[in-house]
Design a protein around this ligand. Structure first.
Ligand SMILES: [Zn+2]
Ligand SMILES: [Zn+2]
Length: 217
């Protein structure tokens, strides 16, 4: 009896314990299930974040690619600009040389002009000298001419301009036409008057009459 009671008691105890354990197990199991569910949610959330980050990353990668392309374009442009600057520098140097050459040739032209100016002045001096010499020569010539004319007038005073014979106090008297002052031999003038109805002076062609003629000596 005692034994069967003990057994019964032990059996009941064991059943209680098993029940307790089962309950405990069920509770733990449900707890674990909840935990797993929570973990799943978290995992999903993390996965979503990862996806979002990846899409952001790809956008950023595209932007970086674009920036790199732009940078390459810029470096191309910079290279082109540098080439242009080089070209301009070369042109500047060429222009500088040209200007240098031009100023040199201008200097040479100025020197030539100075030389020509000097030659011109020399020629002008020579010309002035020649003109002065000629003036002297002309004045001496005119002096000579005057002398010759004086001599000639002397001879015309001594001889008639019509017959070139010397005057005398007989038929070829030294006479003057009072209207014009020209002198001839009296016989030559009388011959003129006898030949022409209107006598005129053989030198100036002025009409005269016998009463206009006077004897000089
Ligand atoms: Zn005469
Ligand atoms: Zn006359």
């Amino acid at each position: 009896m005692v034994l069967s009671n003990l057994y019964k008691e032990a059996k009941e105890k064991l059943i209680d314990e098993i029940e307790n354990l089962q309950t405990q197990h069920e509770e733990e199991e449900s707890l674990i299930r909840v935990t797993i569910q929570n973990k799943d949610f978290e995992t999903n959330a993390i996965q979503m974040e990862v996806n979002e980050s990846e899409s952001k990353m790809s956008v950023l990668k595209d932007e970086i690619k674009k920036i790199i392309e732009k940078k390459e374009n810029y470096s191309d442009e910079i290279r082109a600009l540098e080439e242009k600057i080089d070209g301009l520098n070369t042109q500047m140097t060429e222009k500088h040389f040209e200007i240098h050459g031009m100023s040199k040739s201008n200097d040479m032209k100025l020197q030539k002009m100075e030389k020509l100016e000097n030659e011109k002045n020399k020629l002008r001096d020579e010309l002035d000298k020649m003109v002065a010499e000629n003036v002297e020569r002309v004045s001496s010539l005119s002096l000579k001419t005057e002398n010759i004319r004086d001599n000639q007038s002397d001879s015309s005073e001594n001889s008639c301009a019509i017959c070139f014979e010397a005057y005398n106090k007989e038929d070829h008297y030294h006479s003057c036409i009072t209207l014009c002052g020209h002198r001839f031999g009296l016989s030559c003038l009388e011959k003129l008057q006898a030949q022409q109805a209107q006598a005129c002076c053989p030198i100036c062609n002025k009409n005269f009459q016998a009463c206009n003629v006077i004897k000089l000596f």
